[in-house]
Ligand binder design. Structure first.
Ligand code: GCW
Length: 701
């Protein structure tokens, strides 16, 4: 019987996988690679004072090697095996000269292979040893030749942060992956073991900070009960080098403290916040600080009292003191919609440059509007040289098809990070503007929920992964990240990795093509942002309506943001303004963001604006079909469960890409009155049909 079972397990199809393990799967490797590995790592030796972080590192190494070697990896006091070495310990004598010398942000590490093959991971701090361990495991999971292991790596940005928009009741604003993983009600008594896996995943990609609650925050999160809950989370995340932040409601002194005001210049208010910060630090000694959305979309803030954003931020920063930072969001728009929407954050913040305390970071969304499939970068990155600016990206796909569309976001992140013409002399890239100091920050709005696969779809895990990797090192390429993710998530099989990367790399452009081609933006359904609704024109504020953004009429389409229009272009430094003002490739993707064009104007592609628009919608639909066909070709190479789940979502995306294309063309054609270019099919339904669709149950709010 035992023999029969053994035989069966040899021929059984690959184990059903549900995606829970993310990219930390540690599956058996090829026999020859395993032999090599067994030779370099017969044992694990640690020369570092004991700590929870060292335990996390050794635990992770032993977990993986136990699978690879098919036996436990013994911890040895000496010997020739794998070595974790803190550079202030005797082990450092064996290291190359350079080790531990270069000044760097915490977390830097080296992996060296000494003569005789011994692998040493060294770092100046425990978290560096943990990151080095994960880097080694990443290489091995990809079956990278052992000769390629040596590397030295260090983060470029100090605070690499996930912002969870999780609510007290367990719902997640703009969340498409189930309920909050934090399970507020059961904390602090019960901490879901899943949170340790969450911490492992974050540490494996260098994420070291987490804001655990929505920026639309009730003051509840600052009550003693919730401080105790947050402290339990912090205890769980701490071994993995992750600091916890809270989103703070600016009116908390009134809401909780019984004060008559939350005026940041009021001494009682200042005292209240100092006492609140002390109370939090007593419970969470390494508390990261506060994240604040103030005077934005109905949230309270210093302007309620005639004070500035700097007054508000500095007051909180002084309450926190040297112990942490205040991250103050620049996502604001004026209560008076007379000023063009994309210019408002700049107008509100640029004049405050130089007025923020040293422990304030002003967190700016990548674009001047709101996480659209494609935006130019925010002009603030070129306009506040005396302020520590942080970058906010959105990992959850609020405007990019939720978790039902496959869109790999690394190219979007990379496009923003690599944009030049910024900084004080107009010569820095966005990545350079945000990198460097002890409060440098890149934050991403998390796409994580209680779904078994964490992100709602297997491919959305790649967006969490890529965010972490790029926040650590913005010089990594999207393609390289896609490949290392695919090898770890599916299998280190080069043709499979090629095929998966070939699906991922064009996927964001494909989505731009079928949703918001040529620089269009904000055409999604009201509130939930699901599906196309370019016709909406009846919302209370003009700048909430899609028609405000595309401005299409019988004559043409697009928003004139040049000097003849709103002149938002003037908020950019000259080289970048010049780039965005161009109307040819490579600036064509922003054409209708900055320019108003007549339907028959001819573009550098040789087509008219109308024909180009239709061509791009169809290119988007074809791109999704190509992605689905490629995935279909991987049947049998990817475990059946994950293959089937991805295939099902791709079928949804195929249908919804057509819907986007058809509804958009039906609407714009009702204005342009132009025939479709030859070879392009008419929409499946009438414009009225598309306009009549309603989705009151759409998720995310
Ligand atoms: O993108 C918009 C979202 C809101 C969000 C807001 C913000 C948290 O639609 O849900 O609120 O941005 O970033 O503050």
């Amino acid at each position: 019987m035992a023999g029969a079972i053994a035989l069966l397990s040899c021929v059984a199809p690959a184990q059903a996988e549900d995606g829970y393990e993310l990219w930390l799967r540690y599956r058996p490797l090829s026999p020859s690679y395993t032999d090599e590995l067994a030779a370099v790592a017969p044992t694990l030796m640690v020369d570092a004072p004991s700590s929870m972080t060292i335990d996390a590192a050794t635990g992770e190494l032993r977990r993986a090697f136990a699978v690879w070697l098919d036996r436990p990896l013994p911890i040895a006091d000496n010997g020739a095996g794998l070595l974790l070495c803190r550079v202030d310990r005797p082990c450092a004598e064996a290291l190359p000269e350079a080790a531990g010398k270069a000044p760097a942000l915490p977390g830097a590490f080296r992996i060296d292979r000494l003569n005789g093959g011994r692998v040493i991971i060294s770092a100046r701090d425990d978290i560096g040893l943990l990151y080095g361990s994960f880097a080694l495991l990443r290489q091995i999971q990809q079956q990278a030749p052992l000769a390629e292991l040596p590397q030295a790596d260090a983060p470029r940005v100090a605070i690499r942060m996930l912002d969870h928009w999780d609510n007290v009741d367990g719902s997640v604003e703009r969340g498409y992956a189930g309920r909050s993983i934090f399970q507020w009600w059961r904390l602090p008594g019960y901490v879901d073991p899943r949170l340790t896996d969450y911490a492992r995943a974050n540490a494996s990609i260098g994420i070291n900070a987490v804001a655990v609650n929505n920026v639309n925050a009730p003051a509840t999160f600052l009550t003693p009960r919730f401080i105790a809950k947050t402290a339990a989370l912090a205890d769980t995340l701490r071994p993995y080098g992750i600091r916890v932040f809270l989103s703070a409601r600016f009116s908390a002194p009134r809401d909780l403290g019984g004060l008559a005001t939350a005026d940041p210049l009021d001494p009682d208010v200042q005292r209240w916040w100092r006492a609140k910060a002390d109370e939090i630090y007593a419970a969470i000694p390494d508390f990261g600080g506060f994240l604040v959305k103030a005077n934005s979309e109905g949230q309270p803030g210093p302007q309620d009292y005639g004070r500035t954003h700097a007054d508000g931020a500095n007051m909180l920063a002084r309450a926190v003191g040297q112990r942490g930072v205040v991250i103050w969001r620049a996502f604001v728009y004026d209560p008076d919609p007379a000023v063009e929407r994309t210019m408002q954050a700049y107008n509100a913040f640029q004049p405050l440059d130089g007025q923020f305390d040293a422990n304030v970071v002003v967190q700016v969304k990548n674009g001047p509007l709101d996480f659209q499939p494609r935006e130019p970068v925010s002009p603030l990155f070129g306009a506040m040289p005396h302020t520590q600016l942080g970058l906010e990206l959105q990992i959850t796909k609020e405007y990019l098809g939720f978790s039902t569309h496959l869109a790999y976001l690394a190219p979007l992140f990379e496009e923003a990070l690599d944009t030049g013409g910024l900084g004080k002399d107009g010569r820095a890239t966005l990545a350079e503007v945000v990198a460097g100091g002890p409060t440098s920050l890149i934050a991403g709005v998390a796409n994580i929920g209680a779904d078994r696969n964490w992100s709602g779809s297997h491919f959305d895990q790649a967006n969490w992964y890529a965010f972490g990797r790029l926040a650590w090192n913005s010089a990594l390429s999207s393609d390289a990240i896609a490949r290392e993710w695919a090898a770890q998530t599916f299998a280190p099989d080069p043709p499979l990795v090629d095929a998966v990367a070939a699906m991922m790399m064009p996927s964001r452009q494909t989505l731009v093509d079928y949703m918001t081609p040529l620089g269009l933006a904000h055409l999604m359904g009201s509130d939930h942002h699901y599906g196309p609704a370019p016709w909406v024109d009846d919302l209370a504020r003009p700048d909430w309506n899609p028609v405000y953004y595309h401005r299409a009429d019988a004559e043409g389409i697009g928003f004139d943001r040049t000097a003849t229009g709103s002149n938002a272009l003037a908020q950019y430094r000259a080289p970048l303004a010049k780039h965005y003002a161009d109307q040819r490739d490579p600036a064509l993707p922003w054409l209708l963001w900055f320019h108003r064009k007549r339907w028959d104007d001819r573009l550098s592609t040789g087509r008219t604006v109308w024909d180009e628009l239709v061509t791009r919608y169809d290119r988007g639909v074809a791109g999704v079909d190509a992605m689905a066909a490629r995935w279909d070709g991987l049947r049998g190479q990817v475990d059946a469960r994950r293959h089937g789940e991805v295939a099902a979502l791709l079928a949804v995306q195929q249908a919804e890409a057509r819907w986007w294309r058809d509804a958009s063309i039906a609407y714009f054609q009702s204005l342009s009155k132009r025939p479709l270019p030859a070879g392009h099919a008419a929409p499946a339904h009438s414009l009225d049909w598309y306009r009549a669709q309603r989705f009151p149950e759409a998720p995310g709010i």
